[in-house]
Design a protein. Structure first.
Length: 310
């Protein structure tokens, strides 16, 4: 069983226990000891009860046992906690995605300014700082985050093609500077990338943030193998958007678009560990097939993912 249920008077102690354990674990390194020790399950029962009386919706994620909680008040997401032994297993992401869907418009949240682990988590799920800050307690400030508005759509207009070309050109220089031939990079011009963008625009989707392209993905059927499989030909994001969830949105769209095929493949530079780790998170594995790219002075490695491994 893996489900998110509403907190009520029957299960409020379990929710309070999860909240207490997780809050103490995540705040003990930077909050006053006495302040931390106040957050007992009994204290958190009162806290949750008072919030629910104020029309806050509280939820708990249960996977055989309670593992996490989150609350939503209008478009404000709060109280997202997962017990320490269950962290980094996808529960936090599931709770956040659930809470986002409960918001009628742009979700927002506040975190303590020195809670860097929480900041990294929210940024990797598409949130960004708004610049708003307010003081909480003991000289510690809270910082506001709001969900970044990322639109992923088919590349259609000339501006989108030019934007895709810039991402292509810039991302190659950012990601491959120490991997491939400097001579090749020096000769890869923005004009050449624009030429490719206008000539080969089919099955290309761009990620748009604040009216500009910040990433793209190209995918289709690989007709050179039998039976046919899906192939992701390219996926790039500007480095300033690393860890913001943009790449995940592009990959999710590509995999959904290729789900009719028995498998999916892609090629990645063997000496690009960041990209390899990203693909491995989606279930791709090397099939130990390599291809030498003499013009780049680099080696490509094929990674595959089969439908049965979803």
């Amino acid at each position: 069983m893996n489900e998110i249920i509403a907190v009520d008077k029957e299960n409020i102690f379990e929710a309070a226990r999860v909240h207490s354990i997780s809050w103490i674990d995540s705040h003990k390194s930077f909050c006053d000891k006495n302040f931390v020790e106040m957050h007992t399950p009994e204290h958190q029962i009162e806290y949750i009860s008072n919030k629910m009386k104020s029309r806050t919706e509280f939820y708990m994620l249960v996977d055989e046992e309670p593992v996490g909680v989150v609350s939503v008040t209008g478009n404000l997401i709060e109280d997202l906690y997962v017990i320490p032994l269950k962290q980094r297993m996808g529960y936090g992401t599931k709770l956040l995605q659930f809470a986002v869907k409960k918001c009628s418009c742009t979700p927002s949240l506040w975190i303590l300014e020195n809670n860097k682990r929480a900041e990294q988590f929210y940024c990797s799920n598409g949130f960004k700082k708004t610049g708003r800050v307010h003081s909480v307690t003991n000289g510690i400030d809270e910082v506001e985050f709001t969900m970044m508005d990322v639109v992923v759509k088919p590349m259609e207009t000339d501006d989108e093609k030019k934007g895709k070309a810039y991402v292509h050109w810039k991302a190659w220089h950012e990601a491959y500077e120490h991997i491939i031939s400097k001579d090749y990079l020096d000769h890869l011009t923005l004009e050449q990338c624009e030429k490719w963008a206008f000539e080969w625009s089919d099955n290309t989707y761009v990620a748009i943030v604040d009216g500009k392209a910040v990433g793209f993905v190209c995918f289709s059927q690989n007709k050179e193998v039998e039976p046919a499989v899906g192939e992701i030909f390219a996926i790039y994001v500007l480095s300033e958007y690393y860890g913001t969830g943009v790449a995940q949105k592009l990959m999710d769209l590509a995999l959904d678009g290729l789900k009719e095929y028995p498998g999916c493949e892609l090629w990645v530079l063997k000496d690009n560990p960041r990209a390899i780790r990203f693909y491995e998170k989606y279930g791709f594995k090397s099939d130990v097939t390599f291809k030498e790219l003499k013009s780049l002075n680099a080696t490509e490695m094929r990674m595959v993912k089969y439908a049965t491994e979803n």
